[in-house]
Design a protein. Structure first.
Length: 603
């Protein structure tokens, strides 16, 4: 048995080397090949994307209006889609893109909006400043009490303990009209806003806090507090509506006459616009100086600083921080201030708004951006006479990407589903956190322009401008178009991923400015897009109308509650009849309770 086992082991050792040799006469098995898209696949995917965008911008809402849309690749400059790209339309708040880009290009990457304190006097060894102080503004509308207090602390650290002269506010840098409807030439108040001036505090707004006391008196406080604000309380004996009347005195001070009574231990707030913002800012600064133990012998007034005056301290606000509020929150008041800063940066202080209109076009020329048909009358986009094209916006955004200040500019754009005016749009899709854009909304105007990255990590530049009676339906089309761009891929055999029209597409549209708050419709538009397939190219066809869920929903019409079930709403007469029956039952119930209440009163 042992011998037999030994022989078998020897035979195995002799055969195994021959089995281990590779047979070179046989062909090697084919290597595993993964599917790789061909040129035909890429062309089909691009055709599907264009068909999707066509369905977005050929809806019934565009029949009576106009559209200017364009999408290009930031890296190659190739055009992926365009429709009416050279048609000049009203861009609404996307005008702020031109304003901020012009400011970055003219003022530089490290620019700041400065507010300085100057003096024409001399500081002696005892800490007494023999002269006046000048608070000089250059357009920082975000200036607040904390900023003025910082400058007051700087003067205190310099050893100043007393000022023998006055505290003047200098807002002479913007010498033209402070009213946007005037310098824009529209003479149409689209949105009420404070005046656009070089020196202001708290955006030229004073909050009047009125607190009712138990003895019939009222306690009034102004925010911010300042030497130029005078409060005259005139309470009533009984609780009544609080009204604030404002008047400007001969010395430039603003007087607030407060009438009424909010009730005992109740507080109400009224907001009033400053009539002389430069005097108001000087008064707030004087109060902060006294809070820092600096005595002011004189008063507060408005006067330009002499050319021979010297700078004591400067408060600097980065331009990126200022533009952050303009683009993310679409602040029209700040946009108009930056608009005038662009004009004053070019050396024009008498009429900075008129100079800014030309400067914005000159910046486009310096960036080699075609601007045929572009006209700008203001910096916020409230003017309906503003005109530009999607081709101009896309070319400008693409040219800005190669500038040294581009990272600072890009950080000012709103992010879909994250912050800004599109924080509630395109949520739950690949566009969320991906789309960086600026919105625009006016009556019968909607726009969206910015950047989006595809599945292939290719950054695209897009611009969608819609004019016409489409309302919030334009917002839905913009959402669907952006999601289609975010899901697009040349390499995927299936082309762009499917885009759902519910939820992310028609989510609520809210924003920081008064124009971007239009609600979206309750259902998706009729141009619902089916998911493209790899087997056949996309066919442009309309999807069936969306089915209405049978679940019950309660809505409100004219203050009455109605019932919606399976898409059918009860008639208004039925709702009124039900309301009358409820009121009748309530009246009968009160009549039954009335005798009992009389008996209680007698007792």
């Amino acid at each position: 048995m042992n011998l037999r086992t030994t022989i078998i082991a020897l035979i195995a050792l002799c055969v195994m080397p021959s089995l281990a040799r590779v047979d070179t006469t046989r062909p090697a098995p084919p290597a595993l090949r993964l599917p790789f898209p061909s040129a035909a696949d890429s062309a089909r995917n691009l055709a599907q994307l264009r068909a999707t965008l066509d369905r977005c911008f050929t809806d019934r809402g565009y029949v009576a209006g106009g559209v200017s849309a364009k999408v290009i690749s930031r890296r190659t400059g190739a055009t992926l889609y365009e429709r009416g790209a050279t048609t000049p339309l009203t861009p609404a708040s996307t005008t702020k893109l031109f304003t901020t880009i012009a400011a970055f290009e003219l003022m530089g990457n490290d620019a700041s909006v400065n507010t300085s304190v100057r003096t024409d006097g001399v500081l002696d060894a005892n800490g007494t400043l023999q002269g006046n102080l000048y608070l000089v503004g250059t357009g920082d509308a975000i200036l607040n009490v904390n900023d003025l207090e910082d400058m007051a602390d700087q003067l205190s650290r310099m050893g100043i303990r007393r000022v023998t002269g006055n505290v003047y506010g200098d807002g002479s840098r913007f010498a033209d009209s402070p009213e946007r409807p005037v310098y824009s030439g529209d003479f149409e108040v689209v949105q009420a806003m404070p005046p656009v001036l070089a020196l202001t505090v708290n955006q030229s707004t004073v909050a009047i806090l009125v607190t009712g006391l138990a003895d019939g008196r009222i306690a009034v406080q102004t925010i911010p507090t300042g030497d130029a604000f005078i409060v005259v309380p005139q309470p009533t004996r009984r609780r009544s509506r609080v009204r604030v009347a404002s008047a400007t005195l001969a010395n430039g001070f603003q007087q607030f006459i407060v009438r009424g009574h909010p009730g005992a231990n109740r507080t109400t707030t009224q907001y009033v616009t400053m009539t002389r913002p430069a005097v108001g800012a000087a008064g707030v600064f004087a109060s902060r100086l006294r809070a820092g133990a600096i005595t002011i012998d004189g008063t507060v007034a408005e006067r330009p600083a002499p050319a021979s005056s010297r700078i004591l301290t400067v408060f600097r606000r980065p331009l990126s921080s200022f533009a952050y509020n303009i683009n993310k929150r679409s602040d029209n008041h700040l946009a108009e201030h930056l608009f005038k800063m662009v004009g004053s940066t070019c050396g024009e202080q008498r009429q900075p708004a008129q100079r800014a209109k030309r400067a914005m076009l000159e910046v486009l020329d310096s960036l080699r951006v075609p601007r045929v048909g572009s006209v700008f009358n203001d910096g916020s986009g409230l003017s309906r006479r503003n005109r530009t094209t999607a081709a101009t916006q896309v070319a400008m955004l693409s040219a800005a990407a190669s500038q040294p200040w581009f990272p600072a500019f890009r950080s000012t754009l709103a992010i879909a589903g994250v912050d800004g005016t599109i924080r509630r749009r395109m949520t739950g899709s690949r566009a969320q956190g991906n789309v960086h854009a600026k919105t625009g909304s006016l009556r019968n105007v909607s726009a969206l322009a910015g950047y989006v990255t595809t599945v292939d990590s290719e950054e695209l530049v897009f611009s969608f401008i819609s004019n016409g009676p489409g309302g919030s339906g334009y917002k839905v089309s913009e959402n669907i178009a952006c999601m289609a761009l975010a899901n697009f891929s040349y390499a995927s055999p299936a082309g762009a991923a499917s885009v759902q029209t519910g939820g992310a597409a028609d989510g609520a549209v809210t924003g920081g400015d008064a124009e971007d708050n239009a609600p979206l419709p309750d259902k998706a538009p009729t141009t619902a897009m089916p998911a493209p397939t790899a087997s056949a190219p996309a066919v442009v066809r309309k999807a069936p109308a969306p089915r209405v869920a049978p679940a019950r929903q309660r809505t409100t019409r004219n203050g009455r509650r109605t019932l919606r079930k399976a898409g059918r709403v009860r008639s208004v007469k039925a709702a009124r009849r039900a309301t009358s029956q409820r009121q009748l039952r309530a009246t009968k119930q009160l009549r039954k309770q009335a005798p009992k209440q009389r008996q209680r009163r007698r007792r």
